[in-house]
Design a protein around this ligand. Sequence first.
Ligand SMILES: [Zn+2]
Length: 270
Amino acid sequence: MLIVYSPLSLEYDTPGHPECPDRVKQIHDALKSAGYRFVSPEPAKKEDILLVHSEEHYETVKHADYAGIETPPIDIKYPLMSAGATIKASEVLGFALTRPPGHHASREMLEGFCYFNNIAIAVRRLGKRTAILDIDVHHGNGTQAIFLGADDVIYVSLHQVPLYPMTGLKSEQNCHNFPLLPDTDEKTYLKTLEKALEVIGSYKPEMLAVSMGFDTYAKDPLAGQHLTENGYEKIGRMVSGLNVPTFVTLEGGYNVNDIGKLCSSFLEGF
Ligand SMILES: [Zn+2]
């Protein structure tokens, strides 16, 4: 898989924030030494953002007209490049190694470390029959809100409940939710993923878009799942076993010591 990466994603930092540049740097270094090829993205254009978000939301992000511990004010060039990296990944069937993440951002709202919904923008721009698989440990409430009721996209998510944002307790229309209790073991996780992939397989999508989080890791500081390095390779193999053109974007994952090898292991599975 090609890696889409911009060094801009290392440039902004809020001391003490778990969504830190070192996450991306550790993955970058691990993939570089594993010999992956890297390509550069272009920033997303305003018209791309407006495929998903309102004009008001765009202006709010542009003028950093918001405050919050979760989403500290940052220059719009960072979320624009992150959306652009995911767009590029959708074009080259690559992995967008990027931040800020996107799956909690909805049409009008930024929240949960997310400013623009990167994967939603890339999916809307492609305009194909798409299945979104969200395997970050948190429910992608923003992505679900954007696509709920859409007739050309399904949203399929595995996530821990109870946990932020406390949504995704049941499936609704085209949004298929697989909530998992805290302390779910790896075997149960992979079995549940198998069921989720069956839903995707029977939908027969032209494209698979993956919101990838490494916060399902056993040693992640923000959640309570029990995936191992080896488990991520299995996930990679299971997802690529669908034989659907696939692109991936990075969402969460906060164990900076191990995130590089976890991501290597996941991509190895492809
Ligand atoms: Zn997450």
